[in-house]
Design a protein around this ligand. Sequence first.
Ligand code: NAD
Length: 287
Amino acid sequence: MATIIDGKVISAQLLEQVAADVIEFKAKHGITPGLAVVLVGDDPASQVYVRNKVQRAEQVGIRSIKHRLDANVSQETLNDLVAELNADPEIHGILVQLPLPKHLDEDEIVDAIAPSKDVDGFHSLNVAALATGKPGLVPCTPQGSMTMLRQTLDDLTGLHAVVIGRSNIVGKPMAALLLQANCTVTMVHSRTRDIASVCRQADILVAAVGSQKLVNADWVKPGATVIDVGINVEMLDGVRKLCGDVDFESVSKVAGAITPVPGGVGPMTIANLLANTLQAAQAQMSA
Ligand code: NAD
């Protein structure tokens, strides 16, 4: 039976560290790190994510300011808000909750955020920094997944990591981080041929697809470390339940270690958002 990589425990450790560092930051600079969270419209999942982020921020001593905009807000109004937040010295991190309503240009908004305040790490300059191994703000979910891998495996050097999914927010930055950690990295996606046989070669298997229980035991090499990023809703006896991209029941019998859903990567994402906010505040104070 696989070891369970407990995201609640590991994220609690990280949050404790961030809270201690925030106290030190306040003592040193006499100001509180500030995070602005922008929510457009009333998508229920986004509302839950934003509420959790704001609550956690307060718990570690980061001031969070929520800006809620109407679903039919214009691009110009949203751009103006981001410009205002960019110029505000009390705001060190800006997060625009995605996805945005269809009439808004996400790429434009992401690139309108000052790179130094881009705590999601999605700005083109931060993406370029990650790709070229330069310092910058790194997307929270892959960063959290790496922390889990480092706590589970002594050394990642030379291990074969397979990442399923090639999105800009998870798959691609995950592959970049694994490469930086000296893994041999393979990316597979919806057009990959014989995906199961590629995944079976993985020492580290990261699933970031959004497809319920796609990865079964036949895809997994015995003893592999499996990180399940997926968040899917399944109906079990008429009850809504969260499940990942990995069939936990069968894969946990084959893998060496595995993250559960919920309670795996999810809590790490928020913890890293707050770590990024502090990192952004520290960088802005020393700029
Ligand atoms: P996305 O839809 O942007 O990308 C999905 C990727 O999966 C695509 O690159 C696609 O090529 C690939 N794909 C689709 N079908 C496939 C298949 N049958 N076989 C192999 N590859 C396939 O999704 P995303 O934003 O990267 O998110 C992926 C999942 O991770 C979602 O369930 C999302 O909810 C979840 N997620 C979780 C967190 C967290 O904090 N735990 C954060 C972000 C995303």
